[in-house]
Design a protein around this ligand. Structure first.
Ligand SMILES: *[C@@H]1O[C@H](CO)[C@@H](O)[C@H](O)[C@H]1NC(C)=O
Ligand SMILES: *[C@@H]1O[C@H](CO)[C@@H](O)[C@H](O)[C@H]1NC(C)=O
Ligand SMILES: *[C@@H]1O[C@H](CO)[C@@H](O)[C@H](O)[C@H]1NC(C)=O
Ligand SMILES: CC(=O)N[C@H]1CO[C@H](CO)[C@@H](O)[C@@H]1O
Length: 184
């Protein structure tokens, strides 16, 4: 009987501990979602900002606007790099076609965008030169338009409009968040 009582109270104790662990995890997750949405609410496109940031698990550990801006800059940088690869792959199968000509322009634009983000924007961000960082992100974002115009010139449907849009969106979110740091 006593042993049974003991095991019931042990069971209750374990249950309470588990409950506490689960609910504190939920509280933390909730607090971070609030931090992301609260920060994104200060930008002029909260929905885009939230969807881009929450795709990256690391965002849920962010506790400052600086952390979120840094994550957004990394996302934009990875997008530029990824786009270089996608365009490089497409160029192989489109050589000596009008599309190949447009893709070469896109490839050059995204290669320059990658270094603008990875070297210049990242370097300036690290040392707190946020206005310069914004110049570099803005330059990089131009790749999406350069690429779009290249296809317009050959009067063909762009093979890469999806990645152009992604680049524009990711650079916009990075700019909006870095902009929050400028006015501090
Ligand atoms: C952000 O704005 C939305 C829509 O106005 C609102 O529902 C939400 O509570 C806001 N988030 C925070 C953390 O203030
Ligand atoms: C590029 O092509 C290579 C080889 O076909 C493939 O492994 C890689 O996943 C492709 N990358 C992208 C980003 O499409
Ligand atoms: C980065 O920004 C700085 C400051 O505006 C500028 O001098 C530099 O040329 C920029 N680099 C790129 C690649 O945008
Ligand atoms: C016009 C042209 O040659 N387009 C080709 C470009 O490459 C992709 C595959 O990577 C082909 O599907 C297209 O037909």
């Amino acid at each position: 009987m006593q042993a049974a009582m003991a095991s019931v109270s042990t069971f209750v104790a374990i249950f309470l501990v588990l409950l506490a662990v689960v609910s504190s995890d939920l509280l933390v997750a909730h607090a971070n979602t609030d931090f992301i949405s609260g920060t994104c609410n200060k930008t002029n496109n909260p929905a885009l900002c939230i969807s881009v940031l929450t795709a990256k698990p690391r965002s849920s550990h962010a506790s400052t606007e600086h952390d979120l801006a840094s994550i957004a800059l990394e996302i934009a940088t990875n997008t530029a790099k990824h786009n270089v690869k996608v365009i490089g792959n497409l160029s192989k199968n489109n050589q000596s076609t009008p599309e190949g000509f447009a893709l070469a322009i896109c490839l050059k634009a995204y290669t320059e965008a990658t270094s603008a983000l990875e070297i210049y924007a990242n370097g300036n961000f690290q040392i707190g030169l946020y206005t310069s960082t914004l110049d570099n992100v803005s330059f990089a974002m131009g790749a999406s338009n350069t690429c779009k115009v290249a296809f317009k010139r050959i009067e063909k449907k762009s093979l890469v409009s999806y990645i152009d849009r992604e680049m524009k969106e990711h650079c916009t979110v990075a700019s909006n968040l870095i902009n929050l740091l400028v006015h501090k």
